[in-house]
Design a protein around this ligand. Structure first.
Ligand SMILES: [Ca+2]
Length: 191
C-alpha cells in the first residue's frame, strides 16, 4: 500500500524527498492509451425487463500497461459497477427500463486510463415490466421477527396510464381523491 502511494504520487508528478526503507522511487507512467473491450457474450438485442443476464468478454490494453478492471453501466453512464475479471471478464445484471436502452462496458488500465467513450450495446427492452424482476436480496431472511410497514415510491418515465381495478360496488361509494394526480372522478378508475 505504501509503494502504491509512491506510485500514485509519481503519476501525479510528485516525488518524495526521502523514502522509507523497502520502498523504491517510481517514475511517472508514459502510458496514456486506454484499454479496449470486446463483448463476446452480450445480452439479447431485445432483453426482457426484470430478467437476469450474464455478459462476458475480453479486454486488452495498449501503451505499455495492463488491464486493471472492467466496469459496466445500465443507466447511460450515471453509475458504474465492477465486472469480475480483467483481460477476461464477466458480470450479471437484471435488465431494467423499457424501450430503447443501452448497456455500457469499459476497461481501465493500471495508469487510470479509460476510454472517453464506452463500448455500447444497444438494447430494446420488452415487457412485461417489473420493479424488481429477478433481483434477489443479498440476505433473503435476516431473521428479524418484528413487523414494519413498507412502501414503494416510483416514477414512471414516459407518460403512461396505471390500470386500477375497483369493484362496481366500491365505485358507488368512492369519491374523487386529492393527490399527486389531482382530482380524479371515481368512474375513471376502471381500466
Ligand atoms: Ca494503457
Amino acid at each position: 500500500m505504501q509503494q502504491a502511494q509512491v506510485n500514485l504520487f509519481a503519476d501525479m508528478g510528485a516525488q518524495p524527498t526521502t523514502l522509507m526503507n523497502g520502498l523504491v522511487p517510481a517514475a511517472k507512467s508514459a502510458d496514456a492509451t486506454a484499454p479496449s473491450v470486446n463483448i463476446s457474450s452480450p445480452p439479447p438485442a431485445a432483453p426482457k425487463n426484470g430478467k437476469k443476464y450474464t455478459v462476458s468478454g475480453t479486454a486488452v490494453d495498449a501503451g505499455g500497461g495492463v488491464v486493471a478492471g472492467v466496469e459496466y453501466s445500465t443507466d447511460a453512464g450515471a453509475h458504474w459497477r465492477p465486472a469480475q475479471g480483467t483481460t477476461s471478464w464477466t458480470f450479471s445484471y437484471v435488465q431494467q427500463g423499457m424501450g430503447t436502452e443501452s448497456l455500457l462496458v469499459r476497461a481501465i488500465d493500471d495508469s487510470a486510463n479509460y476510454p472517453s467513450t464506452a463500448t455500447v450495446v444497444p438494447l430494446t427492452v420488452a415487457g412485461s415490466y417489473s420493479v424488481f424482476g429477478e433481483n434477489a436480496p443479498a440476505t433473503a431472511d435476516s431473521g428479524d421477527g418484528s413487523a414494519v410497514e413498507l412502501g414503494l415510491r416510483f416514477t414512471p418515465r414516459p407518460t403512461a396510464s396505471l390500470p386500477v381495478f375497483v369493484s362496481t360496488r366500491a365505485l358507488q361509494t368512492l369519491e374523487p381523491i386529492p393527490g399527486r394526480y389531482g382530482q380524479r372522478p371515481a368512474r375513471n378508475w376502471q381500466p
